[in-house]
Design a protein around this ligand. Structure first.
Ligand SMILES: Cc1ncc(COP(=O)(O)O)c(C=O)c1O
Length: 472
């Protein structure tokens, strides 16, 4: 054995093995006891406790792991707890923790080359495209999340509209574009347009119907108005599960219109995509998804895959490839060896180096099975309906918007919703987030948690009612 040079692996693998096993046992206990561990605020001195400096001296794995356990692990976001309903945060999965360990050990770079991890991502994407119902010609890539997937999708839309020369010439000399969103569309659309150089000025907000879905008659008027003003309709954004109210646009109607007008139809299906796996009536909410040009969705929300992981799907593989392929000499395709292979993910997105995100998904689907995911998604929809019933029966709560899938928003008779949400978070009773519905502050629950039970819903609503009554 040589001792030359500075090597960063453990000096003693037996000691390291013991440290790892201890860490693993602690983490297993943490996951098993998720129900006993609601969110807790971080201590005031945490920033100091975790700070690193240029003079930081290594303390070894045993001590570093102890710090993970004592200083970092207890102060998580809280979304592993069954009564965490804030924002749209997935709950995580125990089996994916095992996959993360394997992925870190393999340390694969999934930007390209010919190796096993690529086949795993291919298998995951084939499964995903099967769920989407998109045609055989479609392709997909895993991303950090829906925000990144949206940039990829709208870039493909731009190239379809203006031709692939735009990759060289840029957009300066091109006409102004319009992108149609309905009120309440997620901010990731605006951010994507900013990153693409169009700016949020390109957004045309279309009126909604009574159920907060994009009104297709208003969309038609908006397109005519823009065309008359010399603006090119670049894309219509359908929403499958809006972040505020969980409402779903009528995708078939949007697809009819977009096909007729030859306008790209993109769907933000960050969490709502997964109702494709659910029972009716929830599965029907995404009828028409199979007819769209692109879809952005997240595995880290309703599929509970540990952060981060989303996906972008595009209906036409050739267009997808032509939008992103760029192979300098050092990445040239080879016939055999590591430089071979028919699927290089750097050809389908912005990242060259990419982690092995696919493994945590593959392991989850392989071990748990599609049917169990489907059942847990349907359960969340039933639990949300139960929450709405309890709210309607309450004399201090009032439903802000009808529930269609997994989001329930309600007003309170007394007190401020922000204060009530904070009180429930600090007490560890439940995590709700807040929003504005019809101009009025509202508590908001998004149910994407496979650990939640009906009793959790009842307990949470009892806790909210008690907090509201304390404000009387
Ligand atoms: C409807 C919707 N679209 C987009 C996003 C952004 O997704 P991500 O955080 O994965 O980028 C979210 C996040 O909550 C969302 O709910």
């Amino acid at each position: 054995m040589t001792s030359e040079g500075t090597h960063l692996d453990p000096e003693d693998w037996d000691d390291f093995g013991r440290d790892m096993h201890k860490l693993m046992d602690q983490r297993l206990a943490r996951m098993k006891n998720a129900r006993d561990l609601p969110w807790q605020p971080k201590p005031d001195d945490l920033a100091d406790r975790v700070s690193l400096t240029r003079r930081t001296i290594g303390v070894g794995a045993e001590q570093a792991f102890a710090r993970l356990a004592d200083d970092i692990m207890p102060y998580a976001t809280g979304n592993t707890h069954p009564r965490f309903f804030g924002w749209v945060h997935g709950a995580g999965l125990a089996v994916s923790v095992g996959a993360e360990l394997v992925a870190a050990t393999m340390n694969s770079n999934c930007g390209g080359r010919d190796h096993g991890a690529i086949e795993v991502e291919r298998a995951v994407l084939d499964w995903l495209l099967g769920v989407s119902g998109l045609p055989e010609s479609a392709s997909a890539i895993l991303t950090t999340g829906t925000s990144q997937a949206t940039i990829l999708a709208l870039t493909a839309a731009r190239n379809k509209q203006f031709g692939h020369d735009v990759r060289e010439t840029g957009i300066q000399a091109l006409p102004r574009v319009a992108v149609y969103v309905r009120r309440g569309t997620h901010s990731c659309i605006g951010k994507a347009l900013e990153a693409m150089g169009y700016g949020t000025e390109a957004i045309h907000v279309v009126e909604t119907d009574d159920e907060m879905r994009m009104d297709v008659a208003s969309l038609k008027c908006a397109v005519i108005e823009d065309q008359a003003a010399g603006r090119v309709p670049l894309a219509v954004i359908g929403t499958a599960g809006s972040v505020n109210t969980g409402s779903f646009d009528k995708l078939n109607e949007l697809a009819d219109f977009c096909q007729d007008q030859d306008i790209w139809l993109h769907v933000d299906a960050a969490f709502g995509f997964w109702t494709r796996l659910a029972d009716d009536p929830w599965a029907q909410l995404v009828d028409g998804m199979e007819r769209v040009n692109s879809i952005a969705c997240d595995f880290h929300k309703w599929m509970s895959i540990p952060y981060d992981c989303g996906a972008c799907m595009i209906y036409n593989r050739t267009l997808h490839l032509d939008t992103f392929t760029s192979r300098p000499n050092y990445l040239e395709q080879q016939k055999e060896g590591l430089g071979g292979g028919d699927l290089w993910f750097c050809d389908y997105g912005l990242e060259l180096s990419r982690g092995f995100r696919a493994l945590k998904i593959w392991t989850a689907i392989k071990s748990i099975g599609t049917q169990a995911f489907a059942a847990s998604i349907s359960d969340n929809c039933k639990q949300t309906a139960l929450m709405a019933e309890l709210v309607e029966a309450s004399d201090v709560l009032d439903l802000s918007f009808p529930v269609s899938s997994n989001i329930c928003c309600f007003y309170v008779a007394y007190g401020k919703v922000n204060e009530i949400a904070a009180e429930l978070q600090l007490s560890g009773d439940a995590v709700f987030s807040t929003t504005i519905i019809k101009g009025k502050a509202s508590l908001r629950a998004a149910l994407v948690n496979h650990r939640t039970t009906s009793e959790d819903i009842r307990e949470s609503i009892r806790a909210v009612e008690a907090a509201v009554r304390r404000q009387m």
